[in-house]
Ligand binder design. Structure first.
Ligand code: 3PG
Length: 235
């Protein structure tokens, strides 16, 4: 007799495992807040040139939607996701605008249900065991650990994930990461991807300092590759 669990394994997870694998293999993500649409493509080019191939464009500026469209059209090698997804309308528009995935700062049962219904790759933000458990009930295996540093960092992630480790959960780690503290996370097998706004801070984007952003992207890439190897870059 087949027992029905809260998590129905026959349904596809909110974040497809193939895409989760692609992000995990790359390991690095830039969080971007962009005010001017004309900055979007040069910014994405600088990041890609520095080896950052995945982004979470924050829906925190009116220009964000046009920025996404510009990057998709002009820098197709960038895997362009959206962050700060807070409403159903944003989730729907994200899919229509061709975002590769969406993430939220927190966990919303409504957004998880809708993302799954519409087949849009989506990861909720979690920072407590209760939120992880709720996400697991929705079938999640790929989550955003946010805000990582102020929630307790790597030791908190390890304790929080311990009861769920047998499920093979993997995390995008964001919030308060820097060049100095980021690489410690890569030692943990639950960490799939890390990143943040330190790679392309708003003030460098405002100054259109693409060279410095490329250099910061190169340094971020180097710190991930130093732990993970260069399998993706080489492939
Ligand atoms: C996010 O939306 O994921 C965060 O703003 C990233 O955190 P950071 O700005 O501290 O890197």
């Amino acid at each position: 007799m087949k027992h029905r669990h809260a998590t129905d394994e026959t349904e596809s997870p909110p974040f497809p495992s193939e895409l989760a694998g692609e992000l995990s293999a790359d390991g690095l993500l830039a969080v971007l807040t962009v005010e001017r649409v004309e900055d979007a493509a040069p910014l994405a080019r600088a990041l890609v040139a520095g080896g950052v191939r995945v982004m979470e464009l924050a829906l925190r500026t009116p220009a964000a939607w046009d920025c996404l469209r510009a990057i998709r059209a002009e820098v197709p090698e960038m895997l362009a996701g959206l962050g700060t997804v807070l409403t159903s309308d944003q989730l729907r528009e994200a899919r229509e605008a061709g975002a590769a995935f969406g993430v939220s700062p927190g966990l919303s049962h409504g957004l998880l249900r809708e993302a799954r219904e519409m087949g849009f790759p989506y990861a909720p933000g979690v920072m407590t065991p209760g939120e992880v458990q709720a996400a697991v009930e929705h079938g999640c295996r790929f989550l955003k650990y946010f805000p990582a540093e102020s929630a307790g960092g790597l030791s908190h992630l390890r304790s929080m994930n311990a009861p769920f480790a047998h499920l093979g959960l993997r995390y995008i780690v964001l919030g308060g990461l820097t060049e100095t503290n980021a690489s410690a996370y890569l030692a943990d097998p639950s960490v799939a991807v890390l990143g943040g706004s330190w790679i392309a801070p708003a003030e460098l984007i405002a100054r259109r300092d693409w060279d410095t952003i490329q250099t910061r992207a190169e340094r971020a890439r180097a710190l991930v590759d130093a732990v993970r190897g260069e399998t993706v870059a080489a492939g």
